[in-house]
Write a protein that binds this ligand. Structure first.
Ligand SMILES: [Zn+2]
Ligand SMILES: [Zn+2]
Ligand SMILES: [Zn+2]
Ligand SMILES: [Zn+2]
Length: 292
């Protein structure tokens, strides 16, 4: 704010006069203290809105507040257009409105604090969600890796057991077949000998050879071969199929329900399958002890 009275270099205003409707520097303000007629001029801190403080109708300074019209009026307005209106001094109205402003300010502070707290809580909740999601992903990743490894191991083991069984059966059949071939050869040889003997005319030779050639060894059961083909993992097959069903169910859970079937029961059923394989294997071993 510059002094309105300075000519040439303008000094900063120290006061504004609402009566003169001008702002003055220290030097140009002096007459207000010296001239008696100016003693009741209304001085304020330097003010750039002096025009706003003038009544638009009477060009007088606004000094009264009409509560009825909620507006600032000049002293001429007071006696002309506001009969019966409730009027107060600007300072008193200002004090009242200042109180209202204080209330509004503290309400703003309260809302700010509340919103800021809510924001903080939301951030914290978000962080928690992130951490929890991370933990769950890792847990499921690990469980699925275990599950897949478990399935692969079980599959390898199962194939191994079936091949082992095939080999044992083959070995067993080979022994029986060799024995049968030997006996067939022996029987053919005996058959030829006896045929020749039956045709000989030499009675002595016939009688002397007969007992050694014609008495056959007991027809034993040693050559029978029982195929233990019933190497059925019926129990195991059921368990694998139920595991498959569970896995399929799990892959569709997000459409059907909100709670996924846990991985734990699946791992458990895989373990049951492994135990079954081990069990079957022991039973097989016992059967073979009996055969050999
Ligand atoms: Zn001046
Ligand atoms: Zn003045
Ligand atoms: Zn007026
Ligand atoms: Zn009024």
């Amino acid at each position: 704010m510059e002094c309105d009275a300075c000519t040439g270099k303008k000094f900063l205003a120290v006061k504004s006069c609402l009566t003169c409707m001008a702002s003055f520097c220290q030097t140009h303000l002096q007459p207000h203290f010296q001239i008696a007629a100016w003693k009741d001029h209304k001085l304020t801190d330097p003010d750039g809105h002096l025009q706003e403080k003038l009544c638009a109708t009477h060009q007088k300074s606004l000094e009264i507040f009409c509560k009825t019209d909620e507006t600032c009026i000049c002293l001429v307005c007071v006696v002309t257009g506001h009969k019966g209106h409730e009027m107060v001094e600007l300072e008193s109205e200002r004090r009242e409105k200042q109180k209202q402003l204080g209330t509004t300010l503290s309400e703003i502070r309260r809302r700010l604090e509340k919103r800021e707290n809510t924001l903080k809580e939301t951030r914290r909740a978000l962080e928690q969600i992130k951490i929890s999601a991370e933990r769950q992903v890792q847990e499921h990743e690990k469980n699925f890796t275990d599950l897949i490894r478990c399935i692969q191991k079980t599959r390898r083991k199962l194939t191994e057991r079936i091949r082992e069984h095939e080999n044992r059966e083959r070995e067993k059949a080979k022994v029986v077949m060799e024995r049968l071939e030997k006996e067939i050869e022996e029987l053919k040889r005996r058959n030829a000998e006896l045929k020749e003997l039956s045709e000989t005319k030499d009675n002595v030779h016939f009688l002397q050879t007969f007992s050694s050639c014609c008495v056959l060894p007991a027809d034993g059961d040693s050559t029978s071969f029982t195929v233990t083909a019933d190497f059925s993992f019926e129990d195991l097959r059921k368990k694998v199929s139920s595991l498959k069903k569970n896995l399929e169910k799990m892959s569709q859970w997000d459409i059907l329900t909100c709670t996924p079937p846990g991985l734990y029961p699946l791992l458990k059923s895989i373990n049951r399958i492994r135990e079954t394989i081990r069990g079957n294997c022991e039973v097989r071993a016992k059967k073979w002890d009996f055969y050999v």
